[in-house]
Design a protein around this ligand. Structure first.
Ligand SMILES: *Cc1c(COP(=O)(O)O)cnc(C)c1O
Length: 476
């Protein structure tokens, strides 16, 4: 069952390695790279300790680290294809190696003084992401994650249109409402349709009331992977005029996939027309956590970031990243890992990275087809990306929710890790037999506990049959 692909994306998942019979190739990669980095500084006088360690007692450190490793065993196996629950994707081995190597130097991308090479790598890697979306020119940088990237995008939106309303679909990430509150901007939530996409009639009605500054479109919602109809939202922009922010924190990289359905293809083609975009390299970009990205189409918005910090030293006339970021210190290691990964796996259609995303879409469609044709399940919307949801068929909503919890627990006992999600019954397709259409306790907007699976790993496609086998047993 496991193929070469397991090694490619998981590093040391190969069953032999998992049983500790083979050395972890990641350790060798890291050791080699670290030695090369140390050679760059070989002319300096030797110091006893490398990083200014307080304790150089190696056996003591080994003992503590062993304790730490044991502690870490108390986790779901996120790296394994049988972990098919939440939005968690293992970083590529090269990203982990680059991050760990860079942390020996520990650059700070706030300013060039703190991380010259890593700042340049950030600028280059971010330009590659911008060009993936079709932008030759942009202003952008990495952030600690999607939430902070969205905060910056909406902060700029608020600077341009003070006091005007931010609009997002009710299926948009929950943080948009909170960010708007932090920024003291009015926020309005727009109904979603039965597929989890922004309802255009509801949007147009809200636009008709005026006072809308910014519309947030989500290309790949967190719960369902639904893609808001960006092409149609752009038509509305030409009539009503508003700032358009695209939250592609989760779905952005699917721009490179060639097997999106027609609706999603049209929506993704519209991303280039946005005023700002957020994408999370730590979601689908194979990066360790702590890596989001915000992009602005108009570099002139850099003026809003102007600050006069007495702590910022300038050793160069070049613009440094601290001047265009709300955060001060940021991990240079994140930029190094991202740059390195994109060097190995460029962001191009038809490339190996794009194929990995296409496999994820295929995996979700394959598992969905099995669920759809099985009478025990009520399918949710057809997956547009690599996320699928389904409910358990039962005479009542309450019973259906209980069964979902039971299947979730039983699957976990067989090492298949799914997720649970509360969803409005409107997302479940009318089914034959006792299903949501007949649930006596299903009032409008009632929420039912559903099962959810995010098939983010390229090797999930090869594991669909095994996942199904275990799900089948768990639901028996
Ligand atoms: C994950 C996600 C966010 C939040 O990003 P974090 O990196 O978790 O802070 C925002 N929007 C969408 C659509 C997401 O999927």
């Amino acid at each position: 069952m496991p193929t070469a692909a397991d090694v490619y994306s998981v590093g040391f998942m190969k069953s032999d390695i998992a049983r500790n019979l083979l050395p972890d190739p990641f350790t060798d990669l890291l050791a080699q790279a670290l030695n090369r980095l140390k050679m760059e500084f070989a002319a300096l006088p030797a110091t006893r300790s490398e990083g200014g360690m307080l304790s150089e007692d190696i056996p003591a450190m080994a003992a503590v680290l062993e304790e730490t490793a044991r502690r870490m065993g108390d986790n779901y196996p996120y790296f394994h294809p049988l972990y098919a629950g939440q939005m968690l994707k293992p970083p590529h081995p090269i990203a982990r190696a680059a991050y760990a190597m860079a942390s020996w130097l520990n650059p700070n991308n706030h300013a060039l003084d703190g991380g010259r090479a890593s700042s340049h790598m950030e600028t280059e890697a971010v330009a590659e992401i911008a060009s993936m979306f079709g932008w030759d020119e942009h202003l952008g940088h990495l952030t600690s994650g999607g939430t902070f990237a969205n905060l910056e995008a909406l902060w700029v939106a608020g600077q341009l249109a003070p006091g005007k309303t931010i609009i997002a679909s009710e299926q948009a990430h929950y943080t948009h409402a909170r960010i708007s509150a932090v920024l003291k901007l009015p926020f309005q939530s727009i109904a979603a349709d039965a597929c989890g996409r922004m309802n255009l009639d509801a949007l147009e009605e809200a636009l008709g009331h005026g006072d809308v500054g910014t519309v947030v479109a989500t290309t790949g919602t967190t719960a369902l992977g639904a893609v808001d109809p960006l092409d149609k939202i752009l038509e509305l922009r030409s009539r009503y005029g508003f700032r358009l922010h695209v939250d592609a924190a989760y779905g952005g990289y699917f721009k490179l996939a060639s097997n999106l359905d027609a609706d999603a293809t049209r929506a993704f083609a519209g991303i280039a027309e946005a005023d700002s975009i957020v994408v999370d390299p730590h979601k689908h970009g194979l990066q360790p956590y702590g890596c989001g990205c915000v992009l602005f189409r108009d570099p002139q918005i850099g003026r809003f970031y102007k600050h006069d910090s007495p702590y910022t030293y300038f050793t160069s006339a070049e613009l440094h990243l601290g001047e265009i970021s709300l955060e001060c210190s940021r991990a240079g290691a994140s930029a190094v890992a991202l740059w390195t990964t994109q060097r190995l796996l460029p962001l191009i259609s038809g490339g190996e990275f794009a194929q990995g995303l296409e496999h994820s879409i295929q995996a979700a469609r394959a598992l969905f087809a099995k669920i759809e044709s099985d009478r025990r399940f009520i399918p949710g919307p057809k997956p547009e990306l690599d996320i699928l949801v389904w409910a358990m068929k039962a005479p009542t909503m309450e019973e259906s929710s209980r069964l979902s919890q039971q299947v979730f627990d039983r699957a976990a006992k067989q090492d298949l890790h799914l997720a649970l999600v509360q969803l409005p019954v409107a997302f479940l397709r009318p089914a034959t037999g006792p299903g949501c259409a007949d649930w006596p306790d299903a009032r409008d907007n009632a929420k039912v506990t559903c099962l959810r699976s995010v098939l983010m790993k390229p090797e999930h496609l090869a594991w669909v049959d095994e996942i199904w086998k275990r799900l089948d047993r768990a639901a028996a």
